[in-house]
Design a protein around this ligand. Structure first.
Ligand code: NOJ
Length: 532
């Protein structure tokens, strides 16, 4: 049974400064020995999350699905796919997580459904079916638009009766028509379904894409985009917020909003809309002090304007793991900049990832941990083409499978007790040093760094105080204080730098060089009390 952790007396809603751990259920732990992770495996390994000290779990989709996009093609939002277990097991997991002091967030995918969803089946079977209006069907000899899909490629597929239907992702993910009241009512009901089951929040997939310009204009520079971030989408989230506000406890709506414009992004976080959204600006930022500082300032300003908490995200199931990113010459991330296979210095990437952990866990707001980042896992860039399952690969030549590889728990060789069978994606043999078992008790390990940092963050009053203040620092170095006597210093330059005056070093991401902070290292310091 997982150890129950203290929930510190909360002066503000939990989602404002929680550490939220993303579980990707296919790859967390396999309980039934089929090589694919499941709820039984998660329940068995819940102790890992209490030991890590996180506040909440975000569960990537676990619903019935043909798995054309690893479960982001949902056929039924009110049940669980048999590969993951049953609804009763999901309910038991929610209860057990709560008993262990962990909150639960489920993933809702409102932009599209699976082509196996009953609505779409009916729509496809009969051109006069009322369900056609729930989607974007259009007649015609030629494709209605030349829009490029989110995974690349075209966005329309022709039906047997000669109509076209819209899909911003794969043809197996038809887009819903959010102009239809039936779609709105259905998702409001799905939201209630999970809130009634006690979940503490929902993560909203592709949150800025739901509404489309019904005139289907071309994408034109300088004109509003036909399907990104239409103003109408905000009314959807206002309605969801009215619903979540009727539930006891602090239920959170968390948006996956990829938008380059910080102000447009913040619109989603106005007081009557979503509670939080993922910070992809930070995730994609280069490992460079000037750029990082500008990104942090941009984030803080945009969120302050709407009173929302910033979030700090380094990795997730869609992006190259940051140990790998930070070990490349180009440390940025963007889907338009495919760096697969470029040289990686994993030692440097790991050193920077350790420093990034202390950075992201000490900035004001909520922090996200993607499963395996606490183990220092890197991207598996050696998955054979015929083993790749990600539908993005065929369209963009980049696969997200490398960050979705099953976790190594213990033992000296794959499957590292993830499963008794061959895992659905291959694990690197080198992960024998990165298993939970190998790292536990080793003070120099990534896992013990995360455990110590999360424990300290929970207890450190300065890290719950609202603001951060930049402090003077050498070029290439970030330094800031939180509260009266806590400071974080991150050296992103190529040379060791002197540490500021301090009473003690609370935590360091790597060995210090006397009172100097080596390159790619971060430190948490206790500053001398003011006035001394
Ligand atoms: C974003 C999800 O994170 C990603 O995995 C998925 O492929 C797309 N949305 C489509 O649902």
């Amino acid at each position: 049974m997982p150890r129950k952790q203290e929930i510190v007396a909360e002066s503000q809603p939990w989602w404002r400064d929680a550490v939220i751990y993303q579980v990707y259920p296919r790859s967390f732990a396999d309980g039934d020995g089929d090589g694919i992770g499941d709820i039984a495996g998660i329940r068995r390994r819940l102790g890992h999350l209490s030991d890590l000290g996180v506040d909440a779990i975000w569960m990537s989709p676990w619903y019935p699905s043909p798995m054309a996009d690893a479960g982001y093609d949902v056929a039924d939002f009110r049940d669980i796919d048999p590969v993951f277990g049953t609804l009763a097991e999901a309910e038991a997991l929610i209860t057990e997580a709560h008993a262990a002091g962990l909150r639960m967030i489920v993933d809702i995918v409102p932009n599209h459904v699976s082509s196996a969803h009953p609505w779409f089946r009916k729509a496809l079977a009969d051109p006069r079916a009322p369900e056609r209006d729930l989607f974007w069907f259009r007649p015609g000899e030629t494709m209605p638009t030349a829009w490029v899909g989110e995974f690349g490629g075209t966005t329309w597929t022709r039906t047997a009766d000669g109509a076209w239907y819209l899909h911003l992702f794969t043809p197996e993910q038809p887009d819903l028509n959010w102009g239809h009241p039936g779609v709105r009512a259905e998702f409001e009901d799905i939201l209630r379904f999970w809130l009634d089951r006690g979940v503490d929040g929902v993560r909203i997939d592709s949150a800025a894409l739901l509404c489309k310009d019904p005139t289907l204009p071309p994408v034109t520079e300088g004109r509003p985009h036909p399907f990104h971030d239409l103003d109408e989408v905000h009314e959807v989230y206002r309605a969801w917020r009215r619903i979540s506000d009727t539930y006891p406890g602090d239920r959170a709506l968390i948006g996956e909003v990829w938008l380059p414009d910080a102000e447009r992004f913040a619109h989603y976080l106005r007081p009557d809309e979503l509670h939080a959204a993922f910070n992809f600006d930070f995730l994609g930022c280069a490992w460079e002090a000037g750029k990082m500082r500008a990104c942090i300032d941009r984030t803080l300003d945009a969120h302050a304007a709407v009173g929302a908490p910033p979030t700090w995200v380094l990795s997730n199931h869609d992006v190259t793991r940051h140990v790998t990113r930070y070990g490349r010459a180009d440390t940025t991330f963007s889907f338009d900049n495919n760096l697969d296979g470029t040289p990686v210095d994993l030692e440097q990437g790991t050193r920077r990832a350790r420093a990034a952990a202390l950075l992201s866990l000490s900035l004001p707001g909520a922090a996200y941990v993607y499963q395996g980042e606490e183990l220092g896992l890197w991207e598996n860039e050696n998955i054979a083409a015929d083993q790749i399952q990600d539908p993005m690969y065929a369209r963009r030549g980049h696969t997200r499978d490398g960050c979705r590889v099953p976790l190594p728990w213990s033992g000296d060789a794959p499957p590292f007790e993830f499963s008794t069978a061959e895992p659905w994606l291959p694990q690197p043999a080198e992960w024998k040093d990165r298993t939970v078992q190998a790292q536990t008790g080793d003070p120099s390990s990534m896992l013990e760094l995360y455990r110590a940092a999360i424990r300290m963050r929970r207890a450190e009053p300065g890290l719950h105080a609202g603001a951060m203040t930049w402090a003077d620092a050498a070029p290439g170095v970030l330094a800031y204080t939180r509260g009266p006597d806590f400071a974080c210093v991150v050296n992103m330059s190529g040379a060791a730098v002197a540490l500021p005056d301090h009473d003690s070093c609370l935590l360091a991401s790597g060995p210090l060089d006397g009172v100097r902070l080596p390159p790619d290292t971060a430190v948490w310091l206790r500053l001398p009390a003011r006035g001394q």
